[in-house]
Design a protein around this ligand. Structure first.
Ligand SMILES: Cc1cc2nc3c(=O)[nH]c(=O)nc-3n(C[C@H](O)[C@H](O)[C@H](O)COP(=O)(O)O)c2cc1C
Ligand code: SF4
Length: 427
């Protein structure tokens, strides 16, 4: 890896890195002081636009552009909100947890600066229910920040006030999708909303709202402190900044690692993660969480970990959750496992996803049990086609895209399972 200075994990590993005292000793909240003193709200948005920061929650939408969609205060006076998406529910993803647990003040600083830019006086952090410890750490960090006038009324004498509320989810994958998250925050069932209108115009409680991922917001202090041009100089063009990669599966050292955007996947696996686990060879990689199309070993070895490079290979950076698989991995089982997950997590609001994921699970299970038939592959492709772009939210596509790639790239494994059932292998 070329010389790279960690930004998001710089203080991770220091004793009590989650405490305000340690964070400030290491330079924390300097960006907030600078931002409130030297920048107007619109100047911060401009700096974020210049940085090229793209959302780290999955879709990679430019953060500054999204902020710019909020109507002006003159045209739409009244409350507006920032919502931080800490649902972190995409299988394979555990990067936001590092920030929440080990550097919560970086996230708070990002939330405060971003709320200032948006002129929002209320910010909600929606954190997955399975992160009770991280929720507690966040609440303690909020209390520390308030006690030190970094949060609350008239922050650092700037005249800007902000309350941050931590809201715990209850275990639904769909509540990571931004509009069902808003429904859930409002106390309703987590059904995704039909867009438009987009949350920037009609969001939480019907008011203009920006939703950003934890890692996205944690990038903002460094942009304010060191400038948008500095941030844009890290990584390839239009894919800028530091990036957290969470690697799981058959590597020697799985974990969350920070590197520049665009890091070669080969380097991530072989150098950063110590290569494949002993004696095994690479078979395939899911590069960005379970919703992203799988790469063969050959494709993986030439992939770079950024939005545009992975899109050119027919996959996605997604949440940068890299799932590495060796030659022992049964791709039919991978497909069945994924379809079970998506069927279980489908909210059931629209028929193509509700029924389609159920059928895909059923047919994948038939292959897994060795009772699939020769027409079943075409049937799955047809069902996937009937889901594609015909659903209220992207969960339907998140289910069919990885399956389509698995069938296309590992078709032989599915075919080999047709009629393979033996008396002893199915209960
Ligand atoms: C089914 C589904 C689950 C999602 N889960 C998450 C999640 O856990 N965390 C997240 O930040 N974004 C998640 N997203 C993306 C959000 O809808 C949204 O795009 C994101 O929070 C925007 O933040 P960003 O622009 O900073 O990336 C999910 C999307 C879908 C369709
Ligand atoms: S695509 Fe699936 S998860 Fe999304 S609204 Fe439709 S049924 Fe619900």
């Amino acid at each position: 890896m070329a010389a790279f200075e960690p930004v998001l994990t710089r203080i991770v590993g220091l004793e009590d890195s989650h405490r305000l005292e340690v964070c400030e000793r290491e330079g924390g909240y300097q960006a907030l002081r600078k931002g409130l003193r030297d920048f107007s709200p619109s100047e911060i948005t401009e700096e974020v636009k210049r940085s090229g920061l793209r959302g780290r929650g999955g879709a990679g939408f430019p953060a500054g552009v999204k902020w710019g969609f909020l109507p002006s205060m003159e045209n739409n006076p009244g409350p507006r909100y920032l919502v931080c998406n800490a649902d972190e529910s995409e299988p394979g993803t555990f990067k936001d947890r590092v920030i929440l647990r080990d550097n919560p003040h970086l996230l708070l600083e990002g939330c405060i600066l971003s709320s200032y830019a948006l002129q929002a006086n209320h910010c909600f952090i929606y954190i997955r229910g399975e992160y009770p410890k991280e929720a507690l750490i966040l609440e303690r960090a909020i209390a520390e920040a308030k006690d030190n006038n970094l949060l609350g009324e008239n922050i650092l004498g700037s005249g800007f006030s902000l309350e941050i509320v931590v809201h715990r989810g209850a275990g639904a994958y769909i509540c990571g999708e931004e509009t069902s998250l808003l429904e859930s925050l409002e106390g309703k069932r987590g059904y995704p909303r039909i867009k438009p209108p987009f949350p920037a115009v009609v969001g939480l409680y019907g008011r203009p709202t920006v939703i950003n991922n934890v890692e996205t917001l944690a990038c903002v202090p460094s942009i304010v402190e060191r400038g948008g041009d500095w941030f844009a100089s890290i990584g390839p063009e239009k894919n800028s900044g530091p990036k957290l990669y969470c690697v799981s599966g058959h590597v020697a050292r799985p974990g969350t690692y920070e590197g520049p955007m665009g890091l070669p996947l080969k380097e991530l696996i072989e150098d950063v993660c110590g290569g494949m686990r002993e004696g095994s060879t690479l078979k395939a990689v899911i590069p960005g969480g379970s919703s992203t199309p799988i790469l063969t070993a050959e494709e993986a070895m030439k992939a770079n970990m950024d939005f545009d490079s992975l899109a050119a290979l027919g996959s996605m950076l997604g949440s940068a959750a890299v799932i590495v698989m060796d030659e022992t991995t049964d791709m039919v089982r991978v497909a069945a496992n994924l379809m079970r997950f998506y069927h279980h997590e489908s909210c059931g609001q629209c028929a193509p996803c509700r029924e389609g994921t159920g059928w895909l699970e059923k047919i994948c299970s038939r292959f897994e049990e060795g009772v699939g038939s020769s027409g079943d592959l075409e049937l799955m492709e047809d069902i996937a086609d009937n889901i594609a772009f015909k659903t209220v939210c992207p969960l339907g596509d998140a289910a069919r895209m990885p399956l389509e790639a698995l069938i296309a790239k590992f078709r032989d494994e599915f075919i080999a399972r047709i009629g393979s059932r033996t008396a002893g292998c199915v209960s």
